[in-house]
Design a protein around this ligand. Structure first.
Ligand SMILES: [Zn+2]
Ligand SMILES: [Zn+2]
Length: 167
């Protein structure tokens, strides 16, 4: 068995998910993407690999991963969510510590994102790209904040260039 596959198998087990081949592939695709991806992008990736997967199975798997904290979900400027590696994932990895280090292909998305409303691509921004400051003591909030999601909607460079060429 490939080393990488073994690692994903362990992460799934650590989070209480039975590691089937399909689940491993989906988790790997999400973790190794350098940006949050949509279900449609995951479907396309599977097709490129010559694999078939129906939408219902994919959504069921994504929901299971969400429930277990293996992936995180981000709202986008369109009607579908984008998925990225979650925090439980990182913990599961840390518990096994030094022996298996995920290294650069482990990606946690606790930073702002840029969403292109033209092509639908979501990309990651540096953590300090946008500063969100809560007022002291969180008095402006009606409760305790657990997560802040920052997304900038706009047109990506590639789409900007395409639009200019069309004119
Ligand atoms: Zn990100
Ligand atoms: Zn674009």
């Amino acid at each position: 068995m490939e080393e990488k596959e073994k690692r994903y198998r362990q992460i799934l087990r650590a989070c209480g998910v039975r590691p089937t081949r399909r689940r491993i592939l989906i988790l790997q695709a999400i973790t190794e993407a350098n940006r949050p991806v949509s279900a449609a992008e995951l479907m396309a990736r599977h097709r490129r690999m010559g694999l078939t997967m129906d939408r219902a199975t994919l959504y069921r798997t994504l929901n299971l991963f969400l429930e277990k904290g293996l992936v995180e979900r981000f709202s986008s400027g369109d009607s579908s969510f984008r998925f990225g590696a979650g925090t439980r994932h990182e913990q599961a990895e840390a518990e096994k510590s030094s022996a298996h280090h995920l290294g650069r292909d482990s990606f946690r998305h606790d930073h702002p994102h840029f969403f292109c409303t033209s092509c639908g691509r979501m990309s990651c921004l540096a953590g300090d790209a946008v500063q969100v400051q809560l007022t002291a003591g969180n008095q402006a909030l009606p409760g305790r904040a657990l997560k802040i999601e920052v997304r900038i909607d706009g047109i990506c460079q590639e789409c900007c260039e395409k639009m200019e060429m069309d004119h």
